[in-house]
Design a protein around this ligand. Structure first.
Ligand code: ADP
Length: 434
């Protein structure tokens, strides 16, 4: 069979030949050729018209019965149409399945655009965050979840472990924002139960520590009196002194627990009050040197013009724990260097010692409560095992973080990083000349 195009050409040629023959017969070739060409043109127009009408009402009508190139064209269009329909049905089915799955998910899911605008959300997200489908799509998520903790988390675009926010009433939600190509996927989970348990734990620790403090103070006081009593028998001197030391240790643990509880209870960020860090560190080094019989050598490198905005007593506690650890774990022949300066990303408080150092496997766990590298050794040095946990929490309240570098037997460097927004340059005193 001839292909459609060849057949069409042969037909045109045949018709023209007939026109020429007729023209020769009737002595007017031009007229007959014109008549034949006009007839062919009319036939094309009729086909074009039928095709156009069919395309327009394609869904309702059978395809027109056309032959040749026109027939091919109708077949092609029919095929494309069938493909498109199939594809559409498949996409619709996928979408329906995705909706069913996302509706069955126990967590809320919100798709955010690159500019953090709501693109789509499932039913659970709508109920947890109180989103309304028609009204809230296209709005920035921060218009609806306004908690500063979340806004800050989103700005830092740090997926990490997410952030817990308090929603309507007493509902706590964990929000995790995960970058997904040019968009973000936000997972929303109701963590009210976990948050309540965590609250109960904090309350329990705070209450228990508080309740233990007074009896301990009384016991320690009597033990002090007893130790000073000249009538105390020689056999009892050492046990009483030991009891006094243990009571003091328990006081230290209880005080540190209370301090940690206080830091944890203060959910908001620390205030922005200027603190003279250089002055604070100088005082603190004097206190540390006075509190030990054989203190290592201290080297201070402090920028007196650089102020830190925060809570002075919390910053004192952070610095004290770092400096006191350095004193505890550095021999008297060693050196402790303390720096306070502006670094690349913000303020840096560096406490560097030439002490015993820490093996690398312990470094990630050092800020856990009661984590000690060598229990027997650290117990003899005193300390609650809570110092670095206090440092971590104190820094978090100031938007900071702790970096630890250490080499066993050579020494350790603890760097507290503070964000640049917390720094303030001291304005030099201006002398007025009149
Ligand atoms: P502790 O009260 O026992 O010192 P911390 O939380 O302050 O508790 O420190 C946890 C552990 O980290 C310590 O027990 C100690 O083993 C180790 N550590 C802390 N600082 C230093 C340091 N400067 N040099 C060596 N080890 C240290």
């Amino acid at each position: 069979m001839l292909p459609a195009w060849a057949f069409a050409l042969v037909r045109i040629a045949g018709l023209l030949a007939v026109a020429v023959v007729l023209g020769l017969l009737f002595d007017s070739i031009a007229l007959w050729v014109a008549l034949v060409l006009g007839g062919m043109l009319a036939a094309q127009y009729v086909n074009l018209f039928r095709l156009q009408r069919w395309i327009r009402h394609r869904a309702d009508e059978e395809p027109p019965e056309l032959r040749g190139v026109w027939g091919d064209l109708v077949g092609l269009i029919s095929r494309i149409h069938r493909h498109k329909n199939l594809h559409k049905r498949r996409v619709t089915q996928l979408l329906r399945e995705f909706r069913r799955l996302s509706a069955a998910m126990p967590d809320g899911v919100v798709v955010l655009s690159a500019a953090h605008e709501i693109v789509w959300f499932n039913r659970m997200a709508a109920s947890l965050l109180g989103l309304r489908r028609k009204l809230d799509v296209g709005l920035p998520i921060t218009n609806l979840v306004r908690q500063p903790g979340f806004v800050d988390y989103l700005r830092r675009s740090a997926a990490g472990q997410g952030v817990v926010v308090r929603a309507r009433g007493d509902v706590f939600l964990l929000l995790v924002v995960i970058p997904a190509g040019a968009q973000y996927l936000m997972l929303v989970r109701d963590v009210t139960r976990e948050a309540r348990l965590e609250e109960m734990r904090k309350d329990f620790v705070a209450n228990a520590s508080h309740e233990l403090r007074s009896p301990l103070t009384v016991i320690a006081g009597y033990l002090d009196q007893l130790a000073d009593d000249p009538e105390l028998g020689a056999d009892w001197r050492e046990p009483v002194a030991d009891m006094g030391r243990q009571a003091a240790r328990m006081r230290e643990i209880v005080d540190d627990l209370l301090e940690l509880s206080r830091l944890e209870a203060a959910a908001e960020e620390a205030p922005f009050r200027p603190v003279d860090m250089a002055g604070l560190l100088e005082r603190l080094v004097r206190e540390a040197a006075a509190a030990t019989d054989a203190a290592p050598r201290f080297v201070l490198d402090l920028d007196p013009a650089l102020l830190l905005q925060g809570n002075e007593s919390e910053l004192h506690s952070v610095a004290w724990n770092l400096v006191w650890n350095a004193v505890k774990y550095t021999p008297a022949s060693g050196t402790i260097t303390i720096r306070w300066r502006r670094g690349a990303g913000g303020g840096q408080l560096v406490v560097q010692d030439t002490g015993i150092g820490i093996a690398p496997e312990h470094l990630p766990r050092l800020t856990e409560r009661f984590y000690r590298v060598d229990r027997a050794r650290t117990r003899s040095k005193g300390g609650s095992g809570l110092g670095l946990a206090i440092v971590k929490h104190g820094l978090q309240r100031h938007g900071g973080r702790l970096e630890i570098a250490s080499e066993e037997g050579r020494g350790s460097t603890f760097t507290a990083h503070f964000p640049a927004r917390r720094l303030l340059a001291r304005v030099p005193a201006v002398t007025r000349v009149s």
